[in-house]
Design a binder for this molecule. Structure first.
Ligand SMILES: [Ca+2]
Ligand SMILES: [Ca+2]
Length: 347
């Protein structure tokens, strides 16, 4: 494989180096300024409202077998019993193959994705700066001019016309996009307290979970907990022809606040759809590309999952994401540490 920018854009997996190259070098060459994407991005309407308000203090705990922790940033969680189960599938995307036996011990998992409100409490207490808010290290991106290495994150941009290629047509690196400015400079998360936090990387998610005295789930934990969600008729996905117009027949064009859809029989919300969720397992890409090293698995699909393109709103769905990369459709939830499961969490 050549290392020229145009060839780098041909890589099938969305990753940080490729999107930096594609967004800046190719678009700049075409006379397109990346900042103009921000106005278009703002047209992708985020859902508003609080739905079940499961991220607030006033949630009705009867919706699930909820263990309520105390503290300013408690995690509502359900206990999942240990079991053997069939993980993966023999009838799915290549990375989901093959179905195999797996087992998990009993564990407690958040009933919803970590919200902006929760993540804000972490940042307020620690002063943590997410990877999207940092300038990429030039040593890690030798193919990219240093002046183009700026803080930012990848965002989905709906297209007006049918795409001519793959993800590079609808994913753009937005300078200044981060969890507090999800659409880039000028945007904010006011009124979005109960939205899942996005533009966070695996490194950010681990930092949050560590602060909270918790952990990210393993892929086996996440997938086993999500199996009940396969029976749900509705989740926050994409209706219509992707990536042109989301008809939002499920009520949301873009991210929904957590807990807007019926929980599964485990009492878990949005395991499939809404935002992909980071887990601890390393992801091994099925391509020979050194820039795809240090990837972690993401699970369950997002609001971008559409029948015509990417049917990944399923428990078995898995893709890879670099540890220091972030987008506007990937978040996470946490699990309790086994030895502190019954203890009150001060965060
Ligand atoms: Ca939707
Ligand atoms: Ca989800």
């Amino acid at each position: 494989m050549s290392d020229t920018p145009s060839d780098r854009c041909g890589v099938l997996l969305l990753n940080k180096q490729s999107i930096l190259v594609c967004s800046f070098l190719m678009l700049a060459a075409a006379g397109y300024h990346i900042k103009s994407s921000i106005a278009q991005a703002s047209m992708v309407q985020a859902g508003v409202g609080v739905c079940l308000a499961v991220g607030s203090d006033s949630v009705d705990a009867s919706v699930a077998n909820v263990n309520v922790e105390t503290g300013p940033n408690f995690h509502r969680q359900v206990q999942i019993g240990g079991a053997e189960f069939i993980m993966g599938t023999s009838n799915g995307y290549p990375e989901e193959l093959a179905a195999h036996k797996a087992s998990v011990e009993s564990f407690a998992i958040d009933i919803h994705e970590v919200t902006n409100r929760q993540f804000a409490a972490f940042v307020e207490e620690t002063g943590y700066v997410t990877t999207a808010e940092r300038t990429p290290d030039p040593e890690n991106y030798p193919d990219i001019p240093a002046e183009l290495l700026v803080p930012g994150s990848a965002s989905f941009i709906a297209l007006d016309d049918r795409p001519k290629g793959q993800w590079r047509d609808w994913w753009k690196f937005i300078e200044g996009a981060n969890w507090q400015q999800p659409k880039g400079p000028g945007s904010n998360i006011e009124g979005l307290d109960n939205h899942p936090v996005v533009h966070v990387s695996y490194l950010d998610a681990v930092a949050y979970a560590t602060w909270a005295g918790r952990a990210l789930p393993t892929e086996a934990q996440w997938e086993f907990a999500a199996q009940a969600s396969a029976q749900l008729k509705q989740a926050n996905t994409w209706q219509g022809f992707f990536p042109l117009q989301d008809k939002a027949l499920d009520g949301f064009d873009g991210i929904a606040p957590v807990g807007c859809y019926k929980p599964d029989s485990n009492g878990l919300f949005d395991m499939k759809g809404n935002v992909w969720e980071l887990v601890t397992d390393a992801f091994q890409p099925n391509v020979n590309d050194s820039t795809l090293a240090h990837m972690r698995v993401i699970k369950g699909g997002s609001f971008l999952c559409a029948d015509n393109f990417c049917k990944r709103d399923r428990p078995q769905a898995r893709q890879g994401q670099e540890e220091d990369f972030s987008t506007d459709h990937v978040g996470f939830r946490t699990v309790a540490l086994p030895d502190t499961r019954a203890a009150n969490n001060t965060h």
